[in-house]
Design a protein around this ligand. Structure first.
Ligand code: HEM
Length: 380
């Protein structure tokens, strides 16, 4: 079968085992070429409000959570994204590196030597929470609440828990915006409040929902990336030794680690606004399309021997940060956190090892993210 998304390329897989499959919930895209094409296709809309209009999703998600920039199409998406891109450029992130290194060091100081210790609660959760809260301007005292709401939103999978966490975090952000308006500071949220009040570029609901999106997207994904990455290294001791001996390999290794075990296993909701042919499969108009990022990152046609962790591989074409106009805004920040944290752990604890057999680890599977509930390690 000729693949229409890539002229001249021939697929060997077809039907239910092909790169685009249909099921009761819509279409699932698993091939790398097809996933990349889907993420870049303007006929796949992210505007959930349009999709659910008149259908009723049966959910009571707060609008500040349901209607974020990640659930809009241009021109609204373009306008909203422009307001925040400056905070996430490589240069802006470089200014945050000393903060990231300091928090990492403080967290590692608390690790017990010789006794089992949970990497997830001891570093993978608190580091990204501290970083995104610092960037946005969320007071330290509120971070535990933020973490709880975000975990409920992403990882609980229970509709009632998700709906009530969505209201709690939206109410919190509404209050925080009001507080920053009364007494402004210099954090990203203050700049967004100024953008809202200084011109007509942002509605109040858009402002609150941008704050919520940054807060939530900014750490749950990084938490899971850190855990998945360390586990992959602990299960591949030769690669771990090589990385410890040559720390300059860490930036490239981060791409391979994200490819190997992608924290965002499925991209967020998309639907067809007209019939679309993808990977030889005709997808009708008006149906959901789920892009399986984790599967695409293990597509043997794009990454030979995909189930092997190979830190020498050029994995930069992975889709772990998405692709197209919704590609992860925080990728430079997420990379910086992952690089700094992994380097610090490997430097400080050369003898780090799993404290339980890998088969006993518990995973938090949800439709969107894949990560460990806990990662018990032991250091000498
Ligand atoms: C390793 C950690 C991270 C991973 C794996 C990740 C992954 C992703 C992916 C796959 C998407 C696209 C989703 C889609 O198209 O359906 C996305 C979008 C996004 N990410 Fe990340 N992310 C990470 C960290 C961060 C951080 C630290 C921030 C900082 C605030 C962030 C903010 C965002 C935002 C705002 C979007 C929406 C962009 C848009 O709609 O234009 N992410 N992320």
């Amino acid at each position: 079968m000729t693949d229409p998304t890539q002229p001249g390329r021939t697929r060997t897989t077809t039907g239910s085992a092909g790169p685009v499959r249909s099921g009761p919930a819509g279409y699932l895209v698993t091939g790398h070429t097809e996933a990349r094409a889907a993420l870049n296709d303007p006929r796949l809309s992210k505007d959930t409000a349009v999709f659910f209009a008149g259908k009723g999703s049966g959910r009571r998600l707060h609008p500040a959570v349901a209607r974020t920039m990640l659930a809009t199409d241009p021109p609204d998406h373009t306008r909203l994204r422009k307001l925040v891109t400056g905070a996430f450029t490589t240069g802006a992130v470089a200014a945050l590196r000393p903060f990231i290194a300091r928090v990492t060091g403080e967290l590692l100081d608390r690790w017990p030597v010789g006794a089992p210790f949970d990497f997830v609660s001891g570093l993978a959760v608190p580091l990204p929470v501290a970083v995104i809260c610092e960037l946005l301007g969320v007071p330290e005292a509120d971070r535990a609440d933020v973490r709880r709401w975000s975990a409920d939103l992403f990882a609980s999978g229970a509709p009632d828990v998700i709906d009530s966490a969505s209201s709690a975090i939206a109410d919190y952000m509404t209050g925080l915006v009001a507080a920053r308006r009364r007494s402004p500071g210099t954090a990203l949220l203050d700049r967004l409040v100024a953008a809202r009040d200084g011109s007509d570029r942002l509605s109040e609901q858009e402002l609150v929902s941008l704050g919520v999106l940054l807060l939530v997207a900014g750490h749950e994904t990084t938490t899971n990336t850190l855990g998945n990455a360390l586990l992959a290294l602990l299960r591949h001791p030769a690669e771990l030794r090589r990385l410890r001996a040559r720390p300059e390999l860490v930036p490239g290794a981060v791409d391979e680690l994200i490819r190997f075990d992608s924290a965002v296993s499925t991209a967020t909701f998309r639907f067809t606004t007209e019939a679309v042919t993808l990977g030889g499969t005709e997808i009708p108009a008006g149906v959901p399309v789920l892009v399986a990022i984790g599967a695409a990152n293990r597509d043997p046609e794009r990454f030979p021997d995909p189930d092997r962790l190979d830190l020498d591989r050029d994995a930069s074409a992975h889709l772990g940060f998405g692709h197209g106009i919704h590609r992860c805004l925080g990728a430079p920040l997420a990379r910086a956190e992952t690089e700094i944290a992994l380097r610090a752990v490997l430097d400080r604890f050369p003898g780090i090892r799993l404290a339980v057999p890998a088969e006993q680890l518990t995973w938090r599977h949800t439709r969107l993210v894949r990560g460990l509930a806990a990662l018990p390690v032991q250091v000498r």
